[in-house]
Structures are given as structure tokens and as C-alpha cells.
Write a protein that binds this ligand. Structure first.
Ligand code: SF4
Ligand code: SF4
Length: 357
């Protein structure tokens, strides 16, 4: 695990070009220069030079971040922004009373037991010797709501491998609990050893976090639920004509599957919303610590959703579901917000293409 001071040269790569300001949802909403990576790097550089103290004020600005990674994508200096913020946060929070309480609540004993308590035990029927071997990373929410497991049970030609994974670690990265993140990472990495074709996820945040366990050229292949259903050419059929729109989570690398997936759904029309990849404004801890701001970003998103006139808005991240619900709350004619698997399992008939209809 790297120390904050190890990022000195990375932080100095920031040329203060300000391109991150054009894409940062927090900066767009607040116009506050300390809220975007450029401003945060000025402060963190000051800390590493000994001119500033890493204190509660700087931590407040570290918390003013959705960890959406949009600034990293656009940064011409290629800075891994979120890694630096997480490490700086750990450096500050580990020695505070509040941090110690949070770290205790996030321990395996407490956090792990709460997830276990709410989990519904649903082992997917084993189909050994299938043409594809897929490791299914359920994630915490997948353990509680087993719709994806219900869908996957239909694939007798595929070997779905389930393992006793812990949380991917994204809540711990957000809270600065890098010790706990390292713990779940090494547990999960051990279980990801072996022979398989893909890791399947139905949560964009889980997938991007697990990808972060690996070096880029050493990363196993991933497939998300939507891509998998398109690859297998699965058809769905709704009795009623429905209009759906899709919110692309910030952590979802590629949303190309969505149009093909909806094309495979009889009686369902796809209505793309304007800026479908704009952040929903939630991001777990961010919404708790910055309630007004989080709501304002969610409300903007909600306006684009409402313009589509959709019956459903679907997405592939549990945190985004909360953000979309937050923005749409109290709005007239608001569509229902569902995860992709919740939406698809509403239909009685879903089949591999050879058996469809
Ligand atoms: S885009 Fe990158 S280099 Fe430019 S100001 Fe933002 S963080 Fe610095
Ligand atoms: S990660 Fe997102 S919210 Fe945070 S500074 Fe970058 S663009 Fe802004």
C-alpha cells in the first residue's frame, strides 16, 4: 500500500490546465475551485511541501468529490486522481476519533455480519462442464436481491462459479479505510485465482473496483450482465408496450450493450435520455455528507429522465438507483427506477434465442 507522500511526483504532474473543471459535476454545480481536482492538487501539493496541514478543512474538500473519475478520463497528464484522494483521506482520517469509529463499523465483524444478516441464500444451480466458465461476483447488493442469480439459473450451457467473496471494497475507498480495502482485496484476489473465461458482474461500481485490483496488462476479462445477455442473444417479451431509458453509471466502462439488449425485448421501446452518462449525484458517502449538493445534481439528472416520457429508468449500479430515486422523488409522472436485472426478471418469458417465442 502506497503512502500519501509517495504521490508527490504524481501530484506535481498537474499542469493546472483546468480541463477537469469542464467535466466535474461538483464544480459545474458549485463553481468552487477547491472542489475539483485542480484545486485539490494545489492544496495537497501545499501539504507535501510542508506549507499546509492536512486538516479537517482539506478533508472537507476531499469529501466534496463523487469519485466519478470523469476528471481522470479527461486529464491530459493522465493522473489517477481518485487513488490520490483516497490515500490523502486515509492519511488524515486514520488518526481521528471519527475515523476509528468508521473503521470499526466497516470491519468484517460489523459490516460483514450486517451483509450476511440481510443476504438471501440463493446458490445458482450448478451446470458443470458448460462451454463457458464464468465467475459471478454478486457484490453486497446482489447478495441481498438475488434477481441476477434468478436470471443466470437459466443457462444450462454455462458453468457459473460462485465463491465466498467479500464486498469489492468501494465503500472503504470512499471512507478512506484503505486497511479494510486491502483486506477485502487480498481475500477476493485469492478467490479469483484459477481457470475461467470471464468475471461477471451486475454492478458497475463492483466491476471498476475489482479491475483496480489488477495492473492494466494483467487484468482478467470481465463481462457485465447486459453484455452477457446480448452475447447469448437472450430474448425477452413484455405483454404491455413499455418505454425505458437507461442511466449510464460513471463507473460503467461501456454502455454499448443497452440498445442491442432492448432490441431483443419485444414490446419494449428504448428512449435515450440527454447526457445519459451524467452523474446521478449520489455516490454513497457523498450524499450523506453533502445532502443539498447531492440532491441538486440528482435533480438535474431527473429533468433529462422526465423528458424521455419513459415508464422505467434502468441502470446497473445500486448507488445510482438511490441517486435517481432521490432526483425523481415527488416528480409528477416519474418513471420507476429499477436495476437491469430487476427490470428483466419482471417478464415471465426469457429464453435463449433458439427457444424464444
Ligand atoms: S485536467 Fe489534470 S492536469 Fe489539468 S488541472 Fe485537472 S488534474 Fe490538473
Ligand atoms: S472524481 Fe468526479 S467529482 Fe471528484 S473531482 Fe473528479 S470529476 Fe470532480
Amino acid at each position: 500500500m502506497k503512502n500519501f507522500s509517495d504521490y508527490k511526483s504524481e501530484i506535481s504532474k498537474c499542469s493546472k490546465c483546468g480541463l477537469c473543471q469542464a467535466v466535474c459535476p461538483v464544480y459545474k454545480e458549485t463553481g468552487n475551485e477547491c472542489a475539483v481536482s485542480k484545486g485539490k492538487f494545489v492544496m495537497l501539493d501545499g501539504v507535501l511541501r510542508g506549507d499546509l496541514r492536512l486538516n479537517k478543512n482539506i478533508n472537507k474538500y476531499l469529501d466534496l468529490c463523487l469519485k466519478c473519475g470523469k476528471c481522470s478520463e479527461f486529464c491530459p497528464s493522465g493522473i489517477d486522481v481518485c487513488k490520490i484522494f483516497e490515500t490523502a483521506k486515509y492519511e488524515y482520517v486514520k488518526n481521528t476519533i471519527f475515523g476509528k469509529i468508521v473503521f470499526f463499523l466497516e470491519s468484517k465483524l460489523i459490516f460483514g455480519s450486517i451483509i450476511k444478516m440481510f443476504s438471501q441464500k440463493r446458490d445458482i444451480k450448478k451446470h458443470d462442464g458448460g462451454s463457458l466458465k464464468i465467475i459471478y461476483f454478486k457484490g453486497c447488493v446482489g447478495n441481498i436481491f438475488p434477481q441476477t442469480a434468478k436470471l443466470l439459473e437459466n443457462f444450462s450451457n454455462i458453468e457459473i462459479i460462485e465463491k465466498d467473496f467479500e464486498c469489492c471494497g468501494i465503500p472503504f475507498l470512499s471512507s478512506g479505510n484503505l486497511e479494510r480495502y486491502e483486506e477485502v482485496k487480498s481475500h477476493n484476489l485469492e478467490l479469483l485465482k484459477g481457470d475461467y473465461d470471464f468475471i461477471l458482474t451486475d454492478c458497475a461500481s463492483c466491476e471498476s473496483t475489482i479491475r483496480g485490483y489488477f495492473e492494466k496488462d494483467n487484468c482478467p476479462k470481465f463481462i457485465n450482465l447486459g453484455e452477457f445477455l446480448v452475447k447469448e442473444n437472450i430474448k425477452f417479451k413484455s405483454k404491455k408496450h413499455l418505454k425505458v431509458t437507461f442511466h449510464k453509471p460513471c463507473h460503467l466502462g461501456n454502455a454499448d450493450f443497452i440498445k442491442s439488449l432492448i432490441d431483443n425485448c419485444e414490446n419494449i421501446e428504448y428512449a435515450e435520455m440527454e447526457n445519459f452518462d451524467d452523474c446521478c449525484g449520489f455516490a454513497g458517502e457523498f450524499a450523506l455528507k453533502n445532502r443539498k449538493l447531492s440532491k441538486a445534481i440528482s435533480e438535474k439528472k431527473a429533468q433529462n429522465i422526465l423528458k424521455t416520457g419513459a415508464d422505467y429508468v434502468i441502470t446497473t449500479c445500486p448507488s445510482c438507483i438511490l441517486g435517481l430515486k432521490q432526483g425523481l422523488s415527488g416528480k409528477k409522472n416519474a418513471p420507476k427506477v429499477l436495476s437491469l436485472s430487476e427490470f428483466l426478471t419482471k417478464f415471465d418469458n426469457y429464453f435463449p434465442s433458439s427457444q424464444a417465442f
